[in-house]
Structure formats: structure tokens, C-alpha cells
Design a protein around this ligand. Structure first.
Ligand code: FAD
Length: 512
């Protein structure tokens, strides 16, 4: 028998959106709970999210804003885009569960949400919500209301990657979500949050998970969890070995998640018999390549076109980032795109690429130029030479694109056909001619917001074994679980929404 060092009802692993929701729910429901976080900061990738958005149709925050959406419509949309790659009941649980979760959370005056309109990512699917009324964000929190959290909540990204000072006015987006939960949890003495404590393995007795071994100050600490262990430890995007093993394209270098998302929780669960699914999947995006060599999630392009090594366009540049990323990957596999691919743009907005939301701020232009990532020339022919693409094709590509701009329709890739494409150009097709020299090229790669394959669960977040029976005492949420959305990204807010909801449902199951 194990000699336990500590004992709780629930052990939560990880402090992203899922971890804090699970710990909060357990604490509020009167369970003793310990949340363990591997790093010295709370928040994970969730805290890096600029919006902290959740895709929870028909939730009270949306209803306050006057949405006329229905759960039936949201289900029809979700089913249409996800298809049968994941169990229908898991999909339904996700779509139906967000509203009641926000209702539950908002009973706490610290946990506040509001609508942030953001169109669904498949604008042509039945019952897509083009006005964005399925997307909710946490209300910003003045730092003055929780100054002690400023140093312990991860991010912002620019602080971690570029050393740009943290804002001292508001926690916003994912940082607001994490800060609000930490503040809400504070009032429960039955909850304990522990940094610098990575899970290393799970402990099984008589077929049930009864606790875990955690590393703390170089020691192995045995923590008993009388009612359950919830794994909400993110994906394994920072682990190149696992990426390769499971066939996830790209590199840990280019992920947006913090370095600690190494898949230790996945491995611990697999070691006790857990089944997995979707292990080659991630939430994808195009990545603007920065002087440190890392390609980082970028969106909101107000001009420019992407060209491949042949100088030809190959994609709708304004498509939702996951669809765009998947398109690039598919074409890399076919050999029609190699990295880097290039954004070609003119001088209307100056020498920097027309990317309004680089997520990681662009630094000095000279650094990109010195790293061979950005090029400028007076003519398209000279630019083509610099980026080593056939000049006559590049000239032809731009001429054809400019002609389509004149006509207002992208006949080749349908740029501007869907609501999301037009969301950043005032509702107009995002078609801007490339005509005013000098001309520029910026290097792009692919990036991801985390892997989304993981432990197979049922609708109560119980981890299933390879015979698809629940492993008693073991739960998973967010990027540690196999995502209900399968191989697509139905709309902004699915990753954090999935993490929060299934962690909450795990606690509900423990209570039942
Ligand atoms: P995480 O938030 O990554 O949390 C996992 C935590 O577990 C981390 O703190 C990690 O350190 C810890 N951990 C890992 N291993 C261990 C271990 N062995 N022991 C203990 N702890 C461990 N998604 C949305 O839904 N909406 C958005 O608006 C949105 N915007 C985004 C914007 C940006 C710029 C980025 C980068 C991502 C965005 N995403 C968004 C994606 C989203 O942030 C992530 O996919 C999601 O937050 C993952 O949540 P999670 O709880 O599964 O994992």
C-alpha cells in the first residue's frame, strides 16, 4: 500500500481553463481539492489567449445581449461541421453544456462573462451563426482588484516572449479568465493551489485511480485523491518526440502553448490503460515567422496574398486560421507548398506585413530583414528573385489577383465568400490590390494553439480504457482529452470551452 503524503477528495492536474474550472467547482461544492501546476505560473495556453473566448451557444451572457439563437440550431451546425468523427453524444454534451455552465459560474459575482461577436468558422454550413452570437469572453478584471495575481498568472505572450512589461491596468482575455477563477477559488479554504508540481504518474489500486505521484522540490510526493483525478494538463504540443510518434505535423518550436505541455498526463494515463483518439490533431494556424525562428499564430490580414515556391497563390488567405493551417499542411504533404511560403504585399501600409493580430508583436523590421524573413524590392520581378520564386509567375499571379480585386470576386479561392473572411474588413471582401511599390515579402510557416488529440472520454469526462469502459477515478478535459470537435475547429472558443466544460462535468460526476 502507498504511503500518502497528502490527501484530498479531488486532484486537478493543470491550471488552464479546465484546471481552474474543475478546482473551482470542486471547492464550491464542498470537496477538498488540490490543483497542481507544473510551472511557476497559473494559466497555461489559456492565459495566452488574447480573447479567452468560449463557444457556448445560448449562454446567459449571449441571451443578455439579445441573441435569438437556439440550441437546436447550434447542434445542427456542430453536427454538420464535425460529422461522425467523434461520438454524437459527446458533441451534444459540449453544445448543450456551455449555457448551464455559464449560468452556474455567474452565480458567483467574481465570474463574469460578456458577448464578443465572432463568426462561426464554417460560414456555409447549415445554421452557421454569421453574426458571431455564440461566442463569449470573460469580462476584463482591473489589476487593482487582484494585484497579487499579476505575477502568478502566465503571460501575456509578449511579456513571456519579448519581455514587454505586463499591463498594469486590466487582466484581459485568457488572463482575465484565470485571474477571475483564482480570485473566486481564494474564498474556499478547502481548495489548495500548488505551483511547481508536475504530475509524473498515476497510482492505481484494484483497477481504480486513487492518486498520483507529483514532483515537488526534487521529491516525489504521493497525493491521494479519494474521489478522482482530473487531468487538464493541456496537449503535448511542446514535445517533439510525441509529435513525431503520433504524426502531428510541425514542431514544438512553433507551438503557442507554454513549454510545459509535454504530454506527461497523457503518458501517465496511457500507462494505466487509457485509450486515445485523434492523436495527430491540433488547433492549427498560419504562423508569421519571427527573428527567433519561431512561427507564431497570426490572423486578421488586411491585405497581401500568400504564394508558394512557384510564385502562385494556393489558398484563401482570409479563411479561419485552423482551416487555413490545415490547407497549408495538406498542400505541404502533396508537395505544392514548402516552407516558408510568402505573404506578398505592397507599400500601402508601409514595409511591415498587413497583419493586424500577430499575437506575438512584431519587433524591429531590421531584425526580420537580417534574418532573411522580410524582403523588399522596387519591382515584383526583383522581389521574386530575392525570395527565389519564378518572376514571371509571381507577376502573373499578382496581375490576376488585381483583376479579381477590380471585379470584387476571388474566383480562385473564394476569399471573402464567408462571414469570417470579411470580419476584419468591415464586412467587405478582403480584396486589396497589390500595386503600389516598393513590394514586400514576409515569410510564413505553420503554428498551432495546442494539440487536441488525447484520452478518450465519455460524456461525463471519464477516461475510457481500450475496451471503452471508464477507468474508475480518472477524468480528462480540454487538450488532454480527445476533442469532441474531432478534426475541425467549429468556431472561436472551442478549445477553452471544451476544457472548462468537461472539467466541470468531471466534478459533477464525482458528486453524483
Ligand atoms: P492549457 O491552458 O495549456 O493548460 C494546461 C496547464 O497544465 C498548463 O498550465 C501546464 O503548465 C500544465 N501542465 C502540463 N503538464 C503538467 C503536468 N504533468 N503536471 C501539472 N501541470 C501540467 N482558445 C479558445 O477557446 N478561445 C480563444 O479565444 C483562444 N484564443 C487563443 C489565442 C492565442 C494567442 C493562443 C495561443 C491560443 C488561443 N486559444 C483559444 C487556444 C487555447 O488557448 C488552448 O488550446 C486552450 O487554452 C487549452 O486549454 P487547456 O486547459 O487544455 O490547456
Amino acid at each position: 500500500m502507498m504511503n500518502w503524503n497528502e490527501e484530498y477528495d479531488v486532484l486537478v492536474v493543470g491550471s488552464g481553463g479546465g484546471g481552474v474550472t474543475g478546482a473551482y467547482t470542486a471547492a464550491r461544492e464542498g470537496l477538498t481539492v488540490n490543483l497542481i501546476e507544473a510551472t511557476d505560473k497559473f494559466g497555461g495556453t489559456t492565459a495566452y489567449s488574447g480573447g479567452g473566448g468560449v463557444w457556448f451557444p445560448c449562454n446567459p451572457a449571449l441571451q443578455r445581449a439579445g441573441t435569438d439563437d437556439t440550441i437546436e440550431d447550434a447542434l445542427e451546425y456542430y453536427h454538420a461541421v464535425v460529422g461522425d468523427r467523434t461520438p454524437r453524444e459527446l458533441q451534444d454534451t459540449y453544445v448543450r453544456g456551455g449555457g448551464p455552465l455559464i449560468e452556474y459560474l455567474e452565480q458567483d459575482e467574481i465570474l463574469k462573462f460578456e458577448m464578443l461577436p465572432w463568426p462561426d468558422y464554417f460560414g456555409k454550413a447549415p445554421k452557421a451563426r454569421l453574426d458571431g452570437q455564440r461566442h463569449t469572453m470573460p469580462t476584463p478584471l482591473p489589476v487593482s482588484q487582484a494585484p497579487e495575481l499579476r505575477e502568478v498568472v502566465r503571460g501575456p505572450l509578449d511579456f513571456d516572449r519579448l519581455g514587454i512589461p505586463q499591463p498594469d491596468d486590466f487582466f484581459i482575455g485568457g488572463r482575465a479568465l484565470i485571474a477571475r477563477f483564482l480570485k473566486a477559488i481564494e474564498k474556499y479554504p478547502n481548495a489548495k493551489l500548488t505551483l511547481n508540481s508536475p504530475l509524473v504518474e498515476l497510482v492505481v489500486e484494484e483497477g481504480a485511480v486513487v492518486g498520483a505521484i507529483v514532483e515537488r522540490d526534487g521529491q516525489r510526493v504521493a497525493i491521494r485523491a479519494r474521489s478522482g483525478v482530473i487531468l487538464a494538463a493541456g496537449g503535448f504540443e511542446a514535445n517533439d518526440e510525441l509529435r513525431q510518434k503520433f504524426g502531428v505535423p510541425g514542431h514544438a518550436r512553433d507551438t503557442m502553448g507554454p513549454g510545459a505541455n509535454l504530454g506527461k498526463a497523457h503518458q501517465a494515463a496511457i500507462a494505466v490503460g487509457a485509450d486515445t483518439d485523434l492523436m495527430d490533431q491540433a488547433w492549427w494556424s498560419p504562423g508569421l515567422t519571427h527573428p527567433d525562428g519561431r512561427s507564431a499564430f497570426a490572423l486578421w490580414f488586411t491585405g497581401g496574398i500568400f504564394v508558394n515556391q512557384d510564385g502562385a497563390r494556393f489558398v484563401n488567405e482570409s479563411a479561419p486560421y485552423d482551416r487555413l493551417g490545415r490547407d497549408v499542411i495538406a498542400q505541404m504533404e502533396q508537395g505544392t507548398v514548402t516552407l516558408p511560403y510568402w505573404m506578398i504585399y505592397d507599400d500601402k501600409e508601409g514595409e511591415r506585413p498587413p497583419v493586424q493580430a500577430p499575437n506575438v508583436s512584431m519587433t524591429a523590421t531590421e531584425k526580420y530583414v537580417a534574418a532573411g524573413l522580410w524582403h523588399t524590392a522596387d519591382t515584383l520581378e526583383a522581389l521574386a528573385e530575392k525570395i527565389r520564386v519564378p518572376s514571371e509567375i509571381l507577376v502573373e499571379t499578382v496581375a490576376r489577383f488585381n483583376k479579381m480585386v477590380e471585379n470584387g470576386v476571388d474566383e480562385d479561392f473564394g476569399r471573402g465568400d464567408e462571414a469570417y473572411d470579411r470580419a476584419f474588413s468591415g464586412g467587405e471582401p478582403p480584396l486589396v490590390a497589390i500595386e503600389q511599390g516598393p513590394f514586400h515579402a514576409a515569410a510564413f510557416g505553420i503554428s498551432d494553439l495546442g494539440t487536441k488529440g488525447g484520452l478518450r472520454t465519455d460524456t461525463a469526462a471519464r477516461v475510457l480504457d481500450t475496451s471503452h469502459n471508464p477507468i474508475p477515478g480518472l477524468y480528462a478535459a480540454g487538450n488532454t482529452m480527445a476533442a469532441p470537435s474531432g478534426t475541425v475547429y467549429p468556431g472561436g472558443g472551442n478549445p477553452i470551452g471544451t476544457s472548462m466544460l468537461f472539467s466541470h462535468l468531471a466534478v459533477q460526476n464525482i458528486l453524483s
